[in-house]
Design a protein around this ligand. Structure first.
Ligand SMILES: C[S@@+](CC[C@H](N)C(=O)[O-])C[C@H]1O[C@@H](n2cnc3c(N)ncnc32)[C@H](O)[C@@H]1O
Length: 239
């Protein structure tokens, strides 16, 4: 195993707290599968979905797929911290990592325009509200906060389309709702390079998210094969 692989492994073990579980009584497999909301970990995503992020970033670097990396819905920032760490480990000179979130939790469902989100109101959940300053501090803790980490602060509907992003190599969606998922796809999908990855964290676990992806793919006649990552995550590569 190379030093680069050891660094990325260690980074994932820290970001998930798998190396030092931060919940009393949490079963290691629950954390590893990313089924909990951990007390201090920088990501709630589990190991297989992080391995998938690593795989996607390493493939686009190895194959020279052009573009930046972005996650829409970052919570404490752990997945984007991992993305930045992998770029560092591979000594990538110029790709940016975009960190998109309201930094105030989920929106109140707009059921008039998005009836699929009815009954999925998480807007009052304090645990999902993490400030941009806290996320910056989390990047800094790992020595990974620099000018190639770009924050898009606000609702996806307002921030994503005008963001000065030319091309995307990895687009990771983790906004749970139909509205949040479709807003990100509409604003960003056309910027994903051929060979780029589209990763959807909530496809298996959240019906509104799955429906948004299915509707968008049908509308845009996207037939690229969907691959399962684990009990909830999926991805496809843009042809
Ligand atoms: C499940 S959490 C993301 C988990 C994160 N990817 C991780 O690694 O742990 C969902 C995040 O999406 C954000 N979010 C959801 N819908 C949004 C929207 N329409 N605009 C901006 N942020 C949104 C929330 O603020 C929250 O931080």
């Amino acid at each position: 195993m190379t030093a680069r692989d050891r660094y990325v492994d260690l980074l994932m073990g820290c970001l998930t707290r798998e190396l030092f579980l931060d919940h009393e009584n949490v079963a290691p497999d629950i954390r590893a599968e990313g089924r909990d909301w951990p007390a201090t970990a920088e990501t709630m995503v589990g190991r297989r979905r992080l391995d998938n992020v690593r795989h996607a970033v390493e493939i686009v670097l190895a194959e020279g797929v052009p573009g930046d990396l972005i996650e829409t819905g970052v919570w404490r920032g752990g997945v984007t911290i991992l993305m930045r760490g992998i770029l560092d480990a591979w000594e990538d000179p110029d790709r940016r990592v975009w960190v998109a979130d309201s930094f105030q939790g989920l929106p109140t469902p707009n059921v008039e325009d998005y009836p699929e989100d009815e009954g999925h109101d998480l807007s009052g959940v304090t645990a999902l509200k993490v400030s941009a300053d806290q996320v910056r501090a989390n990047f800094d803790r790992y020595g990974l906060l620099d000018d190639r980490v770009c924050f898009l602060e606000g609702w996806f509907a307002d921030t994503l389309a005008p963001a000065p992003i030319d091309a995307i190599a990895v687009l990771r969606l983790d906004g749970d709702l139909y509205e949040s998922t479709v807003d990100a796809l509409v604003a960003l999908y056309h910027k994903v390079s051929p060979g780029g990855f589209v990763i959807v964290d909530d496809y298996g676990a959240w019906e509104p998210c799955r429906k948004a992806v299915q509707d968008f793919r049908a509308e845009h006649r996207i037939t690229d094969e969907i691959h399962e990552v684990d009990w909830t995550g999926v991805y496809w590569r843009k042809s």
